[in-house]
Design a protein around this ligand. Structure first.
Ligand SMILES: [Zn+2]
Length: 217
């Protein structure tokens, strides 16, 4: 078994980046991790004239075109798993947020009269914008072109996961989080656990909205 800490790759924003990788049975598991996304662009002229080298904030803002980004976004938090034959699955924040419904929302938000009256008009405006302000995502990872998805009847073997197998490699990190203007919480996290017999990835989107009910139609 070998665990190698590697130095962060070149970081466009000169932020310190943690990175670690672990290989087992021909598979490679690795992550990079860094700071929260800044809320202000300090190089706006350059970002406009040279979009190819724009800052991460401008990249996220321009790519996603959401009315606003979640309060906490970790643009450099990336988990990558590479198959011995080269196929790759990656979990990254930008692709997770690309799956947030924007401009074509079919979620109808119902809320009580008291709830509406207790919220400012700014909050109400947020609610009726046609984007999913809960940042709900059904992201399932980003696959390389040579990775093939096949449907299966197999289920996750819960009994196997419950076994106290040795954990060879473990990491957990947040991709983004938002407190929904103090109306609840929405968070998107990723965890990996590598054991001698298997590995397990949990990509979790968690949402709690206080006093609001969402009805999908
Ligand atoms: Zn910028």
């Amino acid at each position: 078994m070998s665990v190698n800490s590697v130095k962060g790759e070149v970081d466009v924003q000169r932020l310190p980046t943690d990175a670690e990788e672990y290989s087992y049975c021909g598979w490679l598991f690795k992550y990079t991790k860094s700071h929260i996304l800044h809320s202000l662009c300090t190089t706006s002229e350059q970002c406009k004239t040279h979009p190819e080298s724009q800052c991460l904030l401008c990249l996220f803002t321009n790519c996603l075109n959401l009315p606003h980004l979640p309060e906490m976004v970790f643009p450099r938090n990336i988990l990558t798993i590479i198959h011995p034959n080269g196929g790759k699955i990656e979990f990254n924040t930008l692709d997770a947020l690309k799956k947030v419904c924007n401009g074509k929302l079919s979620l109808q938000v119902a809320c009580s009269q008291e709830w509406q009256e207790s919220r400012s008009s700014e909050h109400l405006e947020q609610k009726i914008k046609p984007f999913d302000w809960t940042f709900s995502t059904d992201y399932r990872g980003t696959l390389s072109q040579d990775a093939v998805v096949q449907s299966t009847e197999d289920k996750i073997d819960i009994e196997m996961l419950k076994r106290k197998d040795k954990i060879l490699f473990y990491h957990e990190m947040m991709l983004y989080e938002d407190e929904l203007h103090d109306n609840g919480i929405s968070s998107c996290t990723i965890k990996i656990r590598v054991m001698p017999s298997s590995f397990f990835i949990l990509h979790r989107f968690f949402l709690r909205v206080d006093g609001v009910m969402g009805i999908y139609k």
